[in-house]
Write a protein that binds this ligand. Structure first.
Ligand SMILES: CC(C)(COP(=O)(O)OP(=O)(O)OC[C@H]1O[C@@H](n2cnc3c(N)ncnc32)[C@H](O)[C@@H]1OP(=O)(O)O)[C@@H](O)C(=O)NCCC(=O)NCCS
Length: 208
């Protein structure tokens, strides 16, 4: 596979890109399908189009090969997460009917968990590469980019959540210097649904 023309680019607020983002997100985190239903990707696309919240296009970078989106990375700082939780997140999920409104409220609550915890952290919200393009370095390029964004934002910690059963992703993150720091839920005898992995970015987080 020739990836010479692969490029990373910031997302733009178009419905087509929003749908692409929505499909990647639903595939990487099936919880969205359970919570938002059959039209989960479309609902996420509506949210993607709006600024200033966690699901917004503003935090998204696409990997593109000859005009085709082959991967996506998204992440935000602690400050951006807090602004999102306090403000736009619940509003951002497009809702028209009562059942969808109730599901949106529950997902907004759930999304509060998925974010940075310390004051100077950068949280990777989504990393996914189309199956046929995996193991060619696309995920690494996206992670390099997200780490660069984190350093430029002054973050000193880099973190994400992953499914403990997703061995490929876990190995990938471990090879990038990340390690498991905690898990959720924390109840005794209840299997962990997600583990939080992190690494220090060193220094004061300024400069690439
Ligand atoms: C996890 C994921 C994003 C990795 O993306 P990717 O594009 O395959 O990542 P890379 O190709 O950069 O690296 C993957 C592996 O291939 C290896 N690799 C990279 N380029 C390679 C090449 N040209 N030839 C052979 N191997 C290669 C890397 O060394 C890496 O090995 P490691 O995992 O043992 O460290 C991808 O598997 C994915 O989208 N999974 C589904 C969604 C998901 O689980 N996301 C994470 C949720 S938290």
């Amino acid at each position: 596979m020739n990836l010479d023309s692969l490029r990373l680019r910031p997302a733009t607020p178009t419905l087509e890109e929003g749908l692409s983002y929505g499909h990647y997100l639903v595939d990487a985190a099936p919880g969205f399908r359970y919570t938002l239903g059959r039209r989960a990707a479309e609902t996420i696309a509506e949210a993607y189009l709006r600024p200033d919240h966690n699901l917004s296009y503003e935090h998204v970078t696409f990997a593109e090969l000859d005009g085709l989106i082959v991967g996506v990375g998204a992440g935000y700082t602690t400050e951006q997460h807090r602004r999102s939780v306090d403000g736009g997140l619940a509003r951002a999920i497009h809702v028209q009917t009562r059942p969808r409104r109730m599901r949106a409220a529950s997902i907004a609550k759930w999304l509060r968990y998925f974010g940075p915890e310390s004051d100077t952290e950068f949280y990777v919200w989504l990393l996914a590469v189309s199956e046929e393009y995996r193991r060619h370095g696309v995920g690494s390029l996206l992670m390099d980019h997200l780490e660069k964004c984190a350093r430029e934002a002054g973050s000193t910690h880099f973190s994400l959540d992953t499914d403990p059963k997703n061995e490929r992703a876990r190995n990938f993150y471990e090879h990038r210097g990340m390690s498991v720091e905690s898990g959720w839920p924390t109840l005794p005898l209840v299997p962990r649904m997600v583990v939080r992995m992190s690494k220090s970015l060193g220094g004061d987080g300024h400069g690439a």
